[in-house]
Design a protein around this ligand. Structure first.
Ligand code: ZN
Length: 428
């Protein structure tokens, strides 16, 4: 028996590349429960391609959009793609935190319409530092947008027009991830503020983060960084991009899948406690959405995984690599609860906490397949993979939500979780 899983990174109904990710709040949150996850944190974002929407309006719209539509409990990170001047930013953040219960803010250092400048990032980090008592936290997608753009241009404008998917990882190299990671760490260190790195995928970036965890940045104390990685970076490698386009497109995501050396490094880091959180970055697209374009830079980015995260990690981490159940519970539930102000309501089995539980039988072997999963997507990134362990029950606030293969609760049972309760500022 373990605490219910907390997936701190999902994208239900995410608009991208003129389409929208295929899981709705209804289907995605139900699939989460089947996969042992009782809480997800999704993203509140403005209309695609816009930068001038009020951040407060974005928060309000996200809450309204999900209201009554979730099976599991949920919260939001707010995507910020424009950081107003401090005098405007501070009251906005206060409203979002106090009235809307959103305390974490997602930023990007890459991708048109999303990326913010270094000045903007530093301003947001400073503002969140001032609301540290609420646990306000900046999360970051660390890839260097300028170098990625230049690499894509070089590949696609040359005589060969290298638009095939095998060029996708070459245009998003580990160096662009580690450079952006180091930059963000440096900025956070100047104001001694914590920062959370989403979907860390490679050795180079992780080395920079682990060094900070151990020693701080150039002697500056007080910098706390949290590291998230995802199953796709632990189970799948970049050779998949050499498959025929109809197969390779399934794995187009940013950052891309990496080499086997990175996978081994990530596993070692996970077992050593250098990775704090495993989240899914669940962002599913149907095959027809993935296959509409053949140019890798125009294929919607992301893969499904909200239902697979807990079973995959239980099997490969606990059953195969001897990860302790406590370490497993930490990365799938307790740490994200602590980092994102849900603890001790969530992420722990304790009197007074929500009784979110999963009960796993470690003996049976299952085969992952899109024919049996509950996510609204017509392929699995892990098709045919065998996993040891079977989730018998998923229990949400004391009620059986999933009994083996049956969903036992109604849509709308999932509650929005405001995270402004001052129950402990990033207590990890
Ligand atoms: Zn994501």
């Amino acid at each position: 028996m373990l605490p219910g899983g907390i997936d701190a990174h999902t994208h239900f109904e995410l608009p991208q590349m003129d389409t929208i990710s295929s899981d709705s709040f209804e289907t995605g949150s139900a699939a989460a429960l089947f996969g042992g996850t009782t809480t997800i944190i999704d993203f509140a974002s403005g209309p695609p391609g816009t930068r001038d929407t009020s951040l407060v309006d974005i928060a309000r719209a996200a809450l309204a959009r999900a209201n009554g539509r979730s099976y599991c409990d949920y919260g939001f990170h707010l995507i910020i793609n424009q950081v107003p001047p401090m005098a405007k930013l501070m009251p906005m953040l206060r409203t979002i935190i106090e009235e809307y219960g959103i305390t974490s803010f997602k930023t990007f250092l890459a991708y048109d319409n999303l990326l913010i400048s270094q000045d903007e990032l530093l301003r947001l980090i400073e503002a969140c530092k001032q609301y540290e008592h609420y646990g306000a936290l900046v999360t970051i997608h660390a890839e260097d947008g300028a170098s990625i753009k230049a690499l894509i241009a070089q590949h696609q404008q040359n005589i060969n027009s290298n638009t095939q998917i095998k060029y996708h990882p070459l245009c998003h190299p580990p160096k662009s991830e580690s450079d952006a990671t180091k930059l963000a760490l440096q900025l956070a260190s100047t104001v001694s503020a914590p920062i959370y790195f989403v979907h860390v995928s490679c050795q180079e970036a992780l080395e920079a983060l682990s060094a900070i965890k151990k020693c701080g940045v150039s002697g500056v104390s007080g910098v706390k960084c949290w590291v998230e990685s995802c199953p796709q970076y632990l189970f799948l490698d970049e050779s998949l991009y050499n498959l025929p386009p109809a197969e390779a497109a399934k794995y187009v995501m940013c950052p891309p899948l990496r080499g086997t050396k990175d996978i081994e490094y990530l596993w070692r880091a996970l077992l050593n406690g250098e990775i704090d959180v495993i989240a899914s970055d669940h962002c599913p697209f149907m095959l027809h959405q993935k296959l509409k374009e053949t140019n890798f830079s125009k294929i919607p980015s992301g893969a499904p995984g909200v239902e697979n995260r807990v079973p995959l990690l239980f099997s490969a981490g606990v059953m195969q690599r001897g990860m302790s159940l406590n370490s497993f519970a930490k990365v799938i539930a307790t740490n994200p609860a602590k980092i994102f102000n849900l603890y001790p309501q969530k992420g722990v089995i304790r009197e007074g906490s929500d009784a979110d539980l999963i009960i796993i039988d470690p003996r049976p072997t299952q085969t992952i397949s899109h024919t049996s999963h509950h996510m609204h997507v017509d392929y699995s990134a892990y098709e045919g993979m065998q996993v040891r362990g079977n989730i018998l029950y998923t229990i949400l606030r004391g009620k059986i939500a999933v009994d083996k293969t049956t969903l036992k609760i109604n849509c709308g049972t999932g509650k929005f979780l405001p995270r402004n309760l001052k129950i402990g500022k990033n207590v990890l």
